[in-house]
Design a protein around this ligand. Structure first.
Ligand code: SF4
Length: 456
């Protein structure tokens, strides 16, 4: 495979990369994570130096996103040689069990050492005494990120030397093996429960892979005071007998939420709890009232308006570079079709409790937040918004001709809402949010520290 357009765009970069060492005798090692950066680096090296005998290595945590394996399969086809897959006896979850439920975290990243670094070092021993070069996919736009280093191996960072940034990586992938589909909801490769994920990525895991979400959740240990909290919301669709794909999210009518969002005074004596929720809509064409929505979903939530705006900003930046994962053809299609809504939702505190674990003895993947709490918030927000969507549609179709589809829909919504016996909360306010275009999405990440081994 030559892929002349990719090759010529690489060669057109202002700086070029010169391979170090002596190819006939030295070892050229390309560790892969199954993610975009390391895959793109393997592709670039193969295209620039087709005669060099690169060795590709993947260390498996047995807790990887399932699609990582299909990315590796595609990459093997492109590279025309097998990838060495190092699979240890124990994976991430086995080790968590072995070590008494001790979860890895940004401050105690034993998973990287035990599942990536050590097996790789062990494998490297076969080349003791030989000059080794290891290629790490740290991009030019993240040059402050740490590269992992191993004694006796020289670490090479061709992307930094060539000035290859995130946008280059995605376009190299688009023109070769394609962008892995999990980039529709994730910004990095790695374990499905990785503690470096943003809240929006974990929300995406719940929506796309609920069984995997619950597997990750099952490894959290909550203290008795937290264990009984945060039940999932009762399913509105089951209560009313309408399938999920027929439910809609309400469409805001404003572009701002004026001033400070005030809690609505409850008519009962029970206090209310509120949350900001962000959602994305994809319109075919973009004209309110005339185009249709082909995709919509809740993206994330926050206790503050600024927090949810920041998350949607990051989501927009990510969509602009990974449009292919959402079956779009260009960043312009994202600009034209994607719109973001922010809602402020409120429900009685006896059913809705968005705050995190109370006990310091609760043991979670993310500080101050449990997966159970996340599921509680996302399922309750979905229930509240679906009920509000039906109310909105009823209002919209009020007075439509008796034999029209709209009138029929209004009757359907009316009878469905009458079947709801439980709480559905209220939407206090909503707005459209227009994110700005920014060059680097990481600026908007809330608390991420790079994981040098797992992106390799
Ligand atoms: S992806 Fe995350 S959880 Fe998995 S080994 Fe790397 S740091 Fe640990």
């Amino acid at each position: 495979m030559t892929f002349p357009s990719v090759l010529s765009s690489i060669k057109a970069l202002p700086s070029q990369y010169a391979l170090p060492g002596d190819p006939p005798t030295d070892k050229y090692l390309v560790p892969l994570s199954g993610g975009g950066d390391s895959s793109a680096l393997a592709i670039v090296l193969k295209l620039l130096y087709p005669k060099v005998n690169f060795e590709y290595i993947f260390t498996d945590t047995k807790a990887e996103e399932i699609e990582i394996y299909s990315t590796l399969d595609k990459l093997e086809l492109f590279l025309g040689k097998p990838i060495t897959r190092i699979v240890g006896e124990k994976g991430l979850y086995d080790l968590i069990d072995t070590w008494g439920g001790f979860l890895p975290s940004a401050t105690d990243r034993w998973c990287t050492r035990a599942l990536k670094l050590e097996p790789f070092r062990e494998w490297l021993k076969r080349y003791d005494g030989i000059q080794k070069h290891m290629f790490v996919a740290i991009r030019a736009d993240e040059s402050s990120r740490l590269a992992f280093t191993i004694e006796e191996v020289s670490t090479e960072m061709p992307f930094i030397e060539m000035g290859i940034s995130r946008e280059h990586v995605y376009s190299i992938l688009q023109e070769t093996i394609g962008i892995p589909k999990y980039y529709a909801r994730r910004t990095r490769s790695g374990c499905s429960g990785c503690f470096y994920q943003r809240r929006s990525e974990r929300t995406g895991l719940l929506q796309a892979e609920p069984i995997e979400f619950r597997r990750v959740m099952s490894y959290e240990k909550l203290a008795p005071v937290d264990e009984g909290r945060h039940l999932p919301a009762p399913s509105l669709t089951e209560e009313i007998g309408i399938a999920l794909n027929w439910m809609s999210l309400p469409l805001p009518t404003k572009d701002t939420i004026p001033g400070r969002v005030k809690r609505q005074r409850s008519l009962s004596l029970i206090p209310e709890n509120g949350i900001f929720v962000g959602a994305e809509f994809f319109f075919d064409g973009w004209q309110f009232g005339q185009s249709f929505i082909w995709h919509k979903r809740i993206v994330s939530y926050s206790s503050s308006l600024a927090g949810i705006k920041r998350q949607l900003q990051g989501r927009f930046a990510h969509l602009l570079s990974t449009y292919e994962a959402l079956h779009l053809h260009s960043a312009d299609e994202v600009r034209n079709q994607a719109r973001f809504a922010i809602y402020y939702l409120q429900a009685p505190s006896e059913v809705f409790d968005p705050s995190g674990p109370i006990s310091k003895a609760s043991y979670t993947w993310h500080s101050g937040e449990s997966y159970k709490q996340m599921e509680h918030i996302v399922t309750w927000s979905t229930r509240m918004l679906h009920a509000e969507g039906m109310r909105q549609q009823m209002k919209e179709y009020d007075g439509t001709p008796i034999l029209s589809w709209e009138h029929e829909q209004q009757l359907l919504n009316h009878s469905a809402l009458n079947k709801v016996s439980g709480e559905t909360g209220v939407m206090i306010n909503s707005m459209w949010f227009t994110p700005e275009e920014v060059a680097v999405e990481d600026e908007f990440d809330e608390k991420r520290t790079p994981c040098p081994m797992c992106q390799i």
